[in-house]
Design a protein around this ligand. Sequence first.
Ligand code: ATP
Length: 483
Amino acid sequence: MARNKLEFPLDAEAYEIICKIGVGVSASVYKAVCIPMNSTVVAIKAIDLDQSRADFDSLRRETKTMSLLSHPNILNAYCSFTVDRCLWVVMPFMSCGSLHSIVSSSFPEGLPENCISVFLKETLNAISYLHDQGHLHRDIKAGNILVDSDGSVKLADFGVSASIYEPVTTSSGTTSSSLRLTDIAGTPYWMAPEVVHSHTGYGFKADIWSFGITALELAHGRPPLSHLPPLKSLLMKITKRFHFADYEINKSGCGKKKFSKAFREMVGLCLEQDPAKRPSAEKLLKHPFFRNCKGVDFVVKNVLHGLSNTEHMFIESQVLIKGVEDDEEDDEEIVKNRRISGWNFREDDLQLSPVFPTTESDTSEFSPREVDPVQDKPEGDDNVVLTGSETGLGLSDRNEEAKEQEGEVCGFDRDLVLEKLNLLKKSLEHQRARVLVIIEALSGEKEERNREEELLEMVEKLKIELEAEKMKTLRAEKESVLS
Ligand SMILES: Nc1ncnc2c1ncn2[C@@H]1O[C@H](COP(=O)(O)OP(=O)(O)OP(=O)(O)O)[C@@H](O)[C@H]1O
């Protein structure tokens, strides 16, 4: 970093912004040129410090981590400095953007397997190096794997990375250098089960799980359950009953795709429920899937040559996001509210589907690879219980508590959720008032009908009594005449 600082100016005036090429949770990424450096093309990630939910520490950690690491598959920043209320991180410009932008703009059904292996192997080299250096990345996903036009692949975005050797401040305020972390970080769909549920923390193997999910993302075009944005899925699960299986049938549409046994097996190993059973990055590199892997030239020819430029890919991805959001509105009708207790990786068709608890009390413990019959919650059960994974927010009760104490939230906008929940509460109160009016009206009608029926009944009774009296009188008259 010190060397790069000398080379790249720490002054916004020295850079000319060309266009926007990406957006993250609280940052925008621009293509720019550094004028005093022969107009070298760079990427500038501008992080809005006011909007950023990541505290300054994690931003500092990202730039610090990036500057200390040195590996051909890891993206190093040239420099970083503040501009008004923004932190600018100046980085090499990776002209093909991220694997996420490549897939969503040009391969919506997923990449060919022989290209996936090339990208994954390069990424795994970076993970193996990171783990060797004692770092967890904690946010491995296609959006953080950047690609240049010459086929070079670099792992980026160390905003939530953590060093296993750095002291960790726990929720109780004490520090430890434990080999297992306990705070929640990462992006929900890619999060390992132990990051969401475990009470004992997580380690390097959480990155291996996310790597497996990234493999599915590249193979199918999106990670499992990703049609539900975290916040939207939370609200939807409160207001509707949710059925994950519907998603798998209706949305995946990828069952037709054929994948090699080596690929399916490799992903299966990454998605072992038990972290101890997942291989290390180093071991995974020796898996047969990577043995006959092609070189980067192959992806240059088969993937990168046909791409539009990054600015076009960015615009296309924005249009696609809008389209997907519109589709989701329709899906809300078919989904039901379900709890999940784990994941089941189906090696045959390379699909990951949720495992549902068999009993109401079974919510947090998984059996590895356990297949659970799909069971609906009993009708009339109004107590919607949301687990961290179900909300898509990656927060279990314990973790939410821990996060509250730590004052940190990753991938979860508490204010926005509260605002939406308050709206929902108001709407429920309004609906409750309307339901009461209807009940009153209905029960009122019912009472009137009863009174009418009672009167009719009484008239009928009186008629019978009258008839009986008439008969009695007639009989008495007849007897007196006869006598
Ligand atoms: N150095 C770079 N060169 C070219 N494109 C980049 C570069 N860095 C980021 N991008 C593009 O900008 C997009 C957004 O990147 P950013 O790191 O802000 O967010 P993200 O990782 O996608 O999301 P999150 O905010 O959840 O981490 C990337 O997906 C990629 O397409």
